[in-house]
Design a protein around this ligand. Structure first.
Ligand code: SME
Length: 159
């Protein structure tokens, strides 16, 4: 049984605990949908002030909605479109302090104000993205970026 933890202290202290929890959850389980579902649930119970946490998966030539926590969302996103498609096109994390200032941002949940999108790779090729939205501006900083990129690296071991 998964036991929720009270994450006390700093991000520097808490993120490594969550990354360890992810490793423990995914260890020995090859099913990708099950693993991404648990990864989104894990982040959702850990992160405060977020309204959407989930994955888009690269299929043929576009991102398609994968496991997530939050309101129903847009299903297909082309490379270069929105924050998610930009992360794919640039193969780079997008840290967006204010989504209303991001040209072409795709609004799935009107509550979203800031967003972070981390590309996920498999064998050096795009596999998908981790997308997290917050209802407050400036929710994510470089520390979140560093650890969410580590979170994705751990996930990549199981793809
Ligand atoms: N805002 C994203 C779309 C996905 S939703 O946030 C869940 C984007 O601009 O790509």
């Amino acid at each position: 049984m998964f036991e929720t933890k009270e994450y006390k202290g700093t991000k520097e202290k808490n993120y490594p605990i969550v990354i360890k929890q992810l490793d423990a959850l995914l260890y020995d389980e090859p099913d990708v949908i099950a693993n991404l579902s648990n990864a989104s649930a894990l982040l959702n119970q850990f992160l405060d002030e977020v309204n959407w946490v989930g994955f888009y998966l690269w299929k043929e030539d576009e991102l398609v909605l994968g496991p997530f926590q939050g309101l129903p969302a847009c299903v297909r996103i082309k490379s270069g479109k929105g924050v998610c498609g930009t992360a794919v096109a640039e193969n780079k994390t997008q840290l967006v302090a204010d989504v209303h200032q991001f040209p072409g941002h795709i609004a799935c949940d009107a509550a979203s104000q800031s967003e972070i999108v981390v590309p996920i790779l498999k064998d050096g090729e795009i596999f998908g993205v981790l997308d997290i939205d917050s209802p407050i501006k400036n929710r994510f900083d470089e520390t979140d970026q560093k650890y969410l990129e580590e979170f994705v690296k751990t996930l990549e071991k199981y793809l």
